[in-house]
Design a protein around this ligand. Structure first.
Ligand code: ZN
Length: 409
């Protein structure tokens, strides 16, 4: 059995674990060193460090201080890895912590984070998903059961100083274009809730003031939320600092393409079994700017889908030019409206799109003025027939089961 290099105790605050950090900065010290070819196990908190509870209230989703996220395990140093190399990471296996066989999905309040459909779902809501081996279902969203496509939402290597400066400059400049926007355009560095791992003293304080927030995906990978980065995948990461500094967290039991609910997929605490290797000078050899990866040999074997189209005319009738964001939003809204005909609330339907192995495709981006995006819902995850027919939809649910909602105070 491979060694567990980082352990997390879910009864302990993530801020008290010095093998965890919640900002990106090149000065964060490595917590362990491995050799190319080694395999090892890393445990992680859920992305909120245990703030969201397995209960029937969404108050925690409403009240969370989002400046604390994401709690990442690492950084792991790989001997011999140098700037310009590629770090090869095999995701040999991923699982939920044995003592925590559940996960959560939520919608943030528009005033605290928001989400892809925040104008339609402006208040905090939550659903809890229980794991039964490789399958999951929810007491808050009846009628669906599906296999997990477990993956890290967030994984990548430490930036060097120059890359960190690039991130901070472009994001702070971007915020300045509309500083009062709700939700904000981006998240600037924020020292008060920074957890800088083993960095101590003055160095720690200056790094906390400039450490990049972990929210967006960036050139190094980071918070990409790619559902297909699952067990069995192989990822090639650009290396920027000596030792690479690989960190990860934000494990998802399952997620639909787009992670449209933002809080997010089915979020969980868990572990990863990894193997690392190095391709010397791989960035130049292959012309790499952002990570590339190979998919898992195992994927959910759903064969039948009901596919919803969306075009870049928004829900208020306004024309947009080849805008795939608007088009995907229409595909999602069209699917939600359809699922309500079987008895789901709009919130339950939205939750299914965020959690189940739903596929999102950019279908057309050239036919002016409309982009076309499609949302693929696997029909086999439902305990009833969702296909259209001449008899009309059979109302499977009577509305007696609801999702917890916490109004803004
Ligand atoms: Zn996540």
């Amino acid at each position: 059995m491979a060694d567990t290099l980082i352990k997390v105790d879910l009864t302990q605050s993530a801020f008290d674990n010095d093998m965890v950090h919640n900002r990106w900065h090149p000065d964060i010290p490595m917590v362990a060193w491995v050799n190319p070819g080694d395999d090892f196990i890393i445990e992680t908190y859920d992305w909120t460090g245990g703030f969201i509870k397995n209960d029937d209230s969404a108050d925690d989703v409403r009240d969370i201080d989002l400046s604390i996220v994401h709690f990442l395990s690492g950084p792991i140093g790989v001997k011999g890895a140098e700037p310009g190399d590629l770090l090869v990471v095999d995701l040999l296996d991923i699982g939920a912590k044995a003592e925590s066989q559940w996960g959560f999905n939520g919608f943030f309040s528009k005033n605290n984070g928001g989400g892809f459909l925040t104008d339609h779902f402006p208040e905090a809501q939550k659903s809890i998903w229980d794991f039964k081996g490789m399958f999951t279902n929810s007491r808050h969203v009846p009628g669906v059961n599906f296999a997990g496509l477990i993956h890290p939402g967030l994984i990548g290597c430490l930036p060097d100083k120059s890359l960190l400066d690039t991130w901070n400059t472009r994001e702070v400049d971007f915020i300045a274009t509309n500083p009062t926007r709700v939700p904000p355009l981006a998240n600037a560095p924020f020292a008060p809730t920074a957890h800088m791992g083993r960095l101590k003293g003055d160095l720690r304080d200056s790094a906390a003031a400039t450490g990049a927030r972990t929210v967006p995906p960036r050139e190094h990978g980071g918070n990409c939320d790619i559902k297909d980065l699952s067990r069995g995948s192989k990822i090639y990461f650009p290396v920027y600092v000596d030792g690479a500094g690989l960190s990860m967290g934000d494990l998802h039991f399952s997620q639909g393409d787009g992670e449209i609910t933002f809080c997010g997929a089915i979020e969980m605490a868990g572990w990863l079994h990894l193997k690392v290797d190095v391709i010397k000078d791989g960035i130049a050899k292959y012309g790499i700017k952002s990570p590339i990866f190979k998919p898992s040999p195992i994927t959910p074997n759903y064969r039948d889908y009901l596919i919803f189209e969306g075009i870049s005319v928004d829900e208020y009738g306004k024309q947009h030019y080849l805008d795939v964001n608007v088009a995907y939003r229409q595909a999602c809204l069209n699917a939600i409206e359809y699922l309500t005909k079987f008895g789901y609330s709009k919130a339950q339907a939205y939750s299914i799109l965020g959690t189940a192995p739903v596929q999102g495709h950019i279908s057309g981006v050239v036919d002016i003025p409309n982009a076309c995006a499609t949302l693929w819902i696997p029909t086999e995850i439902f305990e009833f027939d969702i296909n259209p027919g001449s008899a009309g939809p059979t109302r499977f649910l009577d509305g007696s089961v609801t999702m917890p909602l916490s109004p803004d105070l």
